[in-house]
Design a protein around this ligand. Structure first.
Ligand SMILES: [Zn+2]
Length: 319
């Protein structure tokens, strides 16, 4: 059983400004188009669309009041999103065209978490803003969607206060925002495999918070990469799942792809697909409700990498 969460409202784009950042801000829509081409009308049966953007109350489950106030400053948002020209735009334009799509995607992560509890696996075709901290935005991330989704499930009593959370991050960059969001929450167990020489390598506190840390470099081959995952992930999941696990979050960035301008790694398209199927299978065979988030991916092929993995996951689920 599986659900795909997506809304056309996820896609960012106005006046060509989005092209100033390597981020393909329309990769969500492009990936969705690939899924439609493959599954046709039957996609409707498993598609869930968020009905609204995340609310201020939901954001405050993780973020501070002061931070949300900072997000109404064009200069601040331009820095967090690494889009310097934004600082010259009136705030309402930034809010409408850039932040609002991200609030829709953040709500998509909450919806995915709810769907995962019912259906086992739910893929949000966006989200994974793993650099956003409770009181600071950076690295093109402003809303800490993973931590917000966990807090929302707890608030709605959909998981228990004592349930553990598993977080697996295979994006090329260390998920420092997630580390900070769960810094003092020992119910969350964090597994992160990332480029040790890339941003945010100076965030020592974030790395120290990890329960399983694997730093890799550009010289790693496909085979070495998969072996390292296979040698570490099952043991990590076995130890965490000795107590009840409420939710697993799989942050499946595709920026480990060879040639990605920000990832700095050298992994093939076939291995990215293999990785995603492997990680989700390890989680699901332990009966852990799982959400998958897209996170980074900065090449023209990123949408295709995402689509290949999601198609593989849906086919394996029998669709
Ligand atoms: Zn990344």
């Amino acid at each position: 059983m599986c659900r795909v969460v997506y809304s056309p409202k996820y896609n960012i784009g106005f006046y060509g400004l989005e092209r100033l950042h390597p981020f393909d801000s329309r990769k969500y829509g492009r990936a969705w188009k690939q899924l439609r081409a493959r599954f046709g009308k039957s996609l409707r049966k498993i598609h869930v669309s968020p009905e609204q953007a995340v609310s201020r109350e939901e954001l405050l489950l993780v973020h501070t009041e002061r931070y949300l106030k900072q997000l109404s400053n064009s200069m601040y948002v331009a820095q967090a999103l690494e889009l310097a020209p934004l600082q010259f735009l009136p705030f309402w334009i930034i809010d409408h065209h850039v932040l609002r799509p991200m609030r829709w995607a953040t709500r998509g992560t909450i919806v995915a978490a709810q769907e995962a509890l019912e259906h086992g696996l739910a893929i949000n075709l966006s989200g994974g803003y793993h650099h956003a901290k409770p009181a600071q935005g950076e690295g093109f991330c402003v809303y800490a969607d993973a931590a917000i989704a966990v807090a929302a499930l707890r608030q709605q009593a959909l998981i228990s206060e004592t349930d553990r959370i598993v977080y697996v991050d295979t994006d090329a960059h260390q998920g420092n925002g997630v580390s900070h969001a769960f810094m003092n929450d020992n119910r969350a167990f964090l597994f992160d495999i990332f480029n040790a020489q890339a941003y945010p390598q100076n965030d020592v506190a974030a790395r120290e918070r990890l329960d399983c840390e694997i730093g890799i470099t550009r010289s790693w081959t496909d085979r070495e990469y998969m072996l390292e995952l296979e040698n570490n992930l099952p043991g990590f999941l076995d130890s965490v799942s000795q107590s009840p696990v409420g939710l697993a979050i799989y942050n499946a960035g595709t920026d480990i792809f060879a040639g990605d301008p920000l990832g700095g790694l050298n992994i093939s398209a076939a291995t990215i697909r293999e990785r995603d199927l492997y990680v989700v299978n390890e989680l699901r065979k332990r009966q852990i409700p799982t959400i998958m988030l897209l996170s980074g991916g900065y090449t023209k092929q990123s949408f295709q990498l995402v689509a290949d993995s999601v198609i593989g996951l849906l086919e394996r689920a029998g669709y």
